[in-house]
Design a protein around this ligand. Structure first.
Ligand SMILES: Nc1nc2c(c(=O)[nH]1)N[C@H]1C(S)=C(S)[C@@H](COP(=O)(O)OP(=O)(O)OC[C@H]3O[C@@H](n4cnc5c(=O)[nH]c(N)nc54)[C@H](O)[C@@H]3O)O[C@H]1N2
Ligand SMILES: Nc1nc2c(c(=O)[nH]1)N[C@H]1C(S)=C(S)[C@@H](COP(=O)(O)OP(=O)(O)OC[C@H]3O[C@@H](n4cnc5c(=O)[nH]c(N)nc54)[C@H](O)[C@@H]3O)O[C@H]1N2
Ligand code: SF4
Ligand SMILES: [Mo]
Length: 673
């Protein structure tokens, strides 16, 4: 039995180093690397079972060509050459007739490294195709808010938690999505670290906290501003830090904070005024409070304002200057790699941009030219994009030529003209940069992919060759590409290519106090860049007009969150993992269930103007009244009917044109067949 060190590629902030036991080319066991300080010897409940993912009998092993109507999922196996030749011929014909903008291709984050994601995007970059503004389904709103506030720079080092005296998990279910940080926090609690959770429902993390503030969805900006109001009133601000390291606090103090007295904040957030005061006093008197921000709270109409207001809090008390203090959303681009080698090897500097969270609309409505060919790798937009109904309608277009590269016959793949079988991360080699800790690591290939399954990188290179592209990245090996990406990286000693290729985790953490990369070089309470974009330059909270209108029409608001065992839809292709996650549920408070005469375990219809989705009811006071909580993004073959994103509009959030799943209202009734 050989043990190979690889890296977990599930789109997850922890980015664990893994030990993979392999016998006769078969993966036997996956476990956490004891030598990696953040992984600390354990893989989570998801990846622990990745042997089942890799060995699943439902994996695709050969390319498939459609033989039935669009979306009917009737295919015939074909060889790679036949599939790739047909795809390239079709693309060339479309380019000749309509130009390269009629092509749209992309790979999104799930579940590979920098090269396997990057080179697929690089292929379409080089072809001059329309470009997907990827990630707006996930974190573009939160990222834009962070950038406007601190600049494009990583936040507090999670390993600095050893110096913290307070941890605020703000819109983050750490036990589910950031398990290894939670393990560190749990260890520090023994020495007195206090844990506060700001979160609408009693999540796994909230249940374990010292104090849970069950905030009303979409009101975090008001709470953060209320805390600032009290900090000012009670003289708990660090005036020197504010003067030296921040910009615009005096305007916020004069124009915004007076409106956020605790009583008003209580009315907005649904919390008690005394709790707003208590949070401010606790925060203001902590020496080194660490705020871990989640992206969940940003996926709604005014999500940007929420992230921005919370990210400003450590500036008010100067916590950003103290070890263990500050805030973390992402660790960010702490490694200045030349990713253009793979993402943008050649091609025009800019072309037509298409927002990921409005994919369906773009495929249905764009003209001059319309999108005629779509290539999707490592993404399941028919399930995970907002307004999934529009995505599906578009995928059924007879004149849209769709190719999907995936290890499984995902719901999206079922709509394709060609499906290409993909290798999983343990069957590829790649470079990984964490977004929740300060590590970079090269992951080795642990085993060969089954049958004809091929990596994203292999497919991008094979198609590039057929399309006549000659950029180096389209013919180099992974290891050669890595050397190209590392060329010119400053501080080359830790990042000497041979050291990186040895595959051990490399820590590149910032030293000293939090720095800022805004135009002013300071933490910006007032942002001229936002003002220039026509956005509010200072954080604020107002009711959203569309949300208020929908709240008047429908009784329940949608809360979405991560599946515990399922990173989005990626385990949908493994029967045992589907069973372990359990039935796709809609969770209602007992009061709401009683009012509708609904019982736990019964099939229900979650519906609004857009669609009806069939789920199984779970009755629990872990969610407050007025909320329908639907965890995970489960596909049609797991639910009673449909998928949750059929209910969500493709409206943009206030910052970063992100998705707004949680600005969705609905009703839940018995499923009548
Ligand atoms: N097990 C598991 N782990 C995952 C994933 C997964 O699907 N499953 N997905 C991965 C990916 S791609 C990402 S982007 C990250 C996301 O991980 P996080 O950044 O933690 O974001 P979410 O898990 O989407 O949401 C976190 C919490 O926000 C809460 N929330 C929702 N609305 C509000 C609000 O208005 N205010 C406040 N205060 N809280 C709110 C939700 O109830 C939820 O528990 O997780 C990664 N890790
Ligand atoms: N309602 C609602 N919707 C959401 C969210 C939410 O909180 N609520 N969260 C959003 C977020 S944060 C995100 S990041 C997105 C995620 O959205 P997606 O990226 O679409 O989701 P996944 O299901 O993780 O992965 C998509 C596909 O990648 C395939 N895959 C896995 N590994 C590989 C590989 O190596 N190569 C190839 N070619 N394919 C591979 C999987 O089989 C799967 O079909 O969903 C978003 N959608
Ligand atoms: S915690 Fe995240 S990075 Fe670690 S094994 Fe689980 S999914 Fe992978
Ligand atoms: Mo995400």
């Amino acid at each position: 039995m050989a043990t190979i060190r690889s890296v977990c590629a599930h789109d997850c902030p922890d980015q664990c180093s893994l030990w993979v036991d392999v016998e006769e080319g078969r993966i036997q066991r996956v476990r956490g690397d004891p030598d990696h300080p953040f992984t600390a010897g354990f893989a989570c409940g998801k990846t622990h079972h990745d042997t089942e993912l890799v060995l699943s009998p439902e994996r695709l092993t050969t390319p498939l060509r459609r033989i039935g109507p669009k979306g009917a999922a009737r295919f015939t196996p074909v060889g790679w050459d036949e599939a790739l030749d047909a795809i390239a011929a079709r693309w060339r014909a479309i380019i000749d007739e309509s130009g390269p903008l009629a092509l749209l291709g992309y790979a999104y984050s799930a579940h590979g490294g920098i090269m396997n994601r990057g080179l697929v995007n690089g292929l379409f970059h080089a072809l001059g195709a329309s470009r997907l503004e990827a990630g707006t389904v996930c974190d573009s709103c939160a990222a834009a808010a962070w950038h406007a506030t601190l600049g494009p720079i990583g936040g507090a080092d999670p390993e600095s938690i050893v110096h913290s005296d307070l941890l605020v998990s703000w819109g983050c279910d750490l036990v589910t999505t950031n398990v290894h940080f939670w393990a560190k926090i749990a260890a520090e609690r023994r020495r007195g670290l206090q844990v506060v959770v700001v979160e609408p429902r009693r999540s796994r993390t909230a249940k374990l906290a010292d104090w849970h503030l069950p905030i009303r969805i979409g009101t975090d900006a008001a709470l953060a501003l209320g805390v600032m109001h009290v900090l000012v009133r009670d003289g708990l601000c660090d005036r020197r830090y504010l003067a030296e390291r921040t910009l615009g606090f005096e305007r916020l103090e004069a124009e915004v904070l007076p409106r956020f007295e605790p009583d008003r904040v209580a009315a907005i957030t649904g919390l008690a005024a005394a709790d707003v005061e208590r949070l401010a006093v606790l925060y203001g008197n902590s020496r080194a409070p660490f705020i871990r921000l989640g992206t969940g709270m940003s996926r709604l109409a005014q999500g940007g304002q929420a992230v921005r207001a919370v990210a400003l809090l450590p500036g008010v008390t100067g916590a950003y200057a103290r070890p263990g203090g500050g805030a973390l959303l992402f660790t960010g681009n702490f490694l200045d790699l030349d990713t253009a080698v793979v993402n943008a090897p050649s091609g025009p500097a800019d072309t037509r941009r298409i927002n990921h969270s409005q994919l369906g609309r773009a495929l249905l409505e764009l003209e001059d030219p319309p999108i005629r060919a779509l290539f999707v790798a490592a993404n399941n937009p028919a399930v995970t994009c907002p307004d999934a109904g529009k995505v599906r309608e578009a995928l059924r277009r007879e004149d849209l030529f769709t190719v999907v590269h995936d290890p499984f016959l995902s719901i999206t793949a079922r709509h394709a003209d060609f499906v290409l079988p993909a290798a999983l991360y343990l069957e590829t080699e790649d470079l990984y940069r964490s977004y929740g800790s300060y590590y970079v690591q090269y992951g080795a290939r642990a085993a060969a992919a089954p049958g004809g399954a091929r990596s994203n990188l292999w497919v991008a290179q094979a198609l590039a060759a057929r399309m006549g592209l000659t950029d180096p990245a389209f013919r180099l090996t992974e290891r050669e590409i890595l050397r190209e990406m590392l060329r010119g990286v400053p501080g080359a000693s830790a990042l000497d290519p041979d050291t990186v290729l040895a595959g051990r985790p490399i820590r590149i953490a910032p030293v000293g106090e939090q720095s800022f990369r805004t135009p002013s070089g300071k933490l910006e309470f007032y942002s001229q860049s936002l003002a220039d974009e026509g956005l509010p330059p200072m954080p604020d909270w107002h009711p959203d007009l569309e949300e208020t209108r929908d709240a008047g029409r429908w009784p329940l608001r949608l809360l979405t969150g991560p599946g515990f065992f399922q990173p989005h839809s990626v385990y949908a292709g493994v029967a045992s993992l589907r069973m372990r996650e359990g039935s796709p549920v809609c969770v209602l408070h007992p009061v709401e269930a009683r009012a509708r005469d609904l019982r736990d375990g019964q099939r229900v219809r979650a519906a609004n103007d857009r669609a009806s989705v069939g789920l199984v009811l779970q009755v629990s006071d872990d969610v407050p009244p007025g909320i329908a909580f639907v965890p995970g993004q489960r596909g049609d073959d797991e639910t009673v009917f449909g998928t949750v994103n059929l209910l969500c509009a493709d409206r943009y959030s206030d910052f970063g044109d992100g998705a707004t799943y949680q600005s969705t209202w609905l009703e839940v009734t018995a499923w009548a067949g």
